[in-house]
Write a protein that binds this ligand. Structure first.
Ligand code: FAD
Ligand code: NAP
Length: 332
């Protein structure tokens, strides 16, 4: 395997050649790549949200821009500037060690800070947009720097402008977040309350919340270092209430969460499980035995095999429930 292979750089452990993997430690490094006119360019952080299905006829920019800096503060809030190559979970730990709240529910999400705005990462009732202030990015075509404020990013449920209109066009170099000195805890997801109760914690701190989230995640999600995976493969579908009602005829016990007066969110894991695809393995591609939404590489599955397995799940779920699952992961 050549050092230009992506195998060590993606959590699904896919092997794929590239034209070169270039570490990026600063904005200047990006500009130097642009001066050399290397193309095409692709960006990778922790590789925890991509499924690589073929060799990449591209130069890969591996984001290594570090640094966490307080750039402003008042009596209640702190504005921080974070290098996009910082590890997300380490940022959460940094915030907790400085008694700064707002991202404790997002503990243990793999990957880099620069990818967090891409799909507006979220877990346990919090999305990064709730603390997002702005980001700096370099336009890879024009070679210019642009600041995106919250309203520019078009954040949605696992969505942003960077996954849509300007996909692949910008290298995010820094993200600015506003964290709180006083803490407003979010424990609306039942699993957190249950874990705190199990631990006998009645008046939790932000550290208690993060620890509860870490324990829950470690107990139900496969560690990519042990079983390669990219977390949730599909987004949880948001559907019209009429679709939910139709499914309820046969499955009155189906789980759902209201989004607004007309729509509900249905856990994709429930749909996959009830289509008969929990813990199923086809060759080395499969769904995890304790989490149907997590597609795993049991050994030597290729990207093509993983994708074909994902398509089978999509078709089975759609034919049984009339709901089309949309991949959350980026397919390369
Ligand atoms: P990568 O996989 O490296 O990149 C993802 C995409 O972003 C690619 O298209 C890439 O080109 C682009 N990109 C990366 N960095 C930049 C940059 N600096 N500038 C421009 N584009 C860039 N996600 C959640 O939302 N919530 C969860 O709870 C969650 N849990 C997970 C659990 C597990 C076990 C795993 C494996 C994944 C989980 N994920 C979750 C998905 C993943 O961790 C997040 O999407 C994370 O933000 C991806 O970061 P990354 O650095 O690995 O991105
Ligand atoms: P879970 O708790 O089994 O719940 C299943 C789904 O139902 C969740 O994905 C969640 O949607 C939704 N849900 C649960 N309680 C809810 C509530 N009180 N209000 C609104 N929606 C609710 O989920 P899980 O798979 O173990 O994951 C737990 C959390 O970690 C979720 O937030 C999930 O998104 C996140 N996670 C994400 C990934 C990823 O790769 N993206 C991987 C693992 C875990 P939401 O997804 O909208 O929260």
């Amino acid at each position: 395997m050549s050092q230009n292979n992506l195998l060590p750089y993606n959590t699904m452990r896919m092997s794929a050649t590239t034209k070169g993997i270039i570490p990026i430690y600063s904005e200047q490094d990006v500009f130097e790549v642009l001066v050399e006119e290397l193309s095409p360019l692709k960006i990778i952080g922790g590789g925890s949200n991509i499924l690589i299905t073929k060799d990449q006829d591209a130069y890969i920019l591996k984001n290594e821009i570090k640094g966490i800096e307080v750039i402003d503060e008042d009596i209640d809030k702190v504005l921080i500037k974070v290098g996009a190559g910082e590890n997300w979970h380490q940022l959460v730990m940094w915030a907790i060690s400085h008694d700064l709240g707002g991202i404790e529910n997002l503990a243990l999400i793999p990957g880099c800070v620069g990818a967090a705005p891409m799909q507006n990462i979220g877990a346990y009732g919090i999305e990064q947009e709730s603390v997002f202030h702005s980001l700096s990015a370099i336009n890879l075509e024009a070679g210019t720097t642009r600041v995106f404020f919250k309203e520019d990013c078009k954040f949605g449920y696992r969505e942003s402008i960077f996954k849509n209109e300007v996909k692949g066009k910008y290298f995010i170099t820094h993200v600015n977040y506003i964290l709180s000195k006083s803490h407003e805890l979010n424990t609306k997801y039942g699993a957190i309350n249950q874990k705190l109760e199990d631990l006998g914690i009645t008046n939790p701190s932000i550290e208690d919340i993060a620890n509860a989230v870490i324990e829950i995640r470690q107990s139900k999600l496969p560690d990519p270092k042990v079983i390669p995976n990219t977390g949730s493969f599909f987004k949880n579908p948001i559907v019209a209430i009429s679709i939910l009602e139709a499914i309820k005829v046969e499955y009155p016990e189906i789980v759902s969460y209201p989004v607004d007066d007309e729509k509900v969110k249905i856990p994709a894991a429930w749909l996959i499980q009830h289509a008969g695809y929990k813990g199923i393995r086809v060759g080395d591609a499969g769904t995890h035995k304790s989490h149907a939404l997590v597609l795993v590489n049991y050994g030597n599955a290729t990207g093509g095999e993983m994708l074909s397995f994902a398509k089978t799940i999509q078709e089975e779920v759609e034919s049984k429930f009339g709901v089309r699952l949309i991949p959350e992961v980026n397919i390369w």
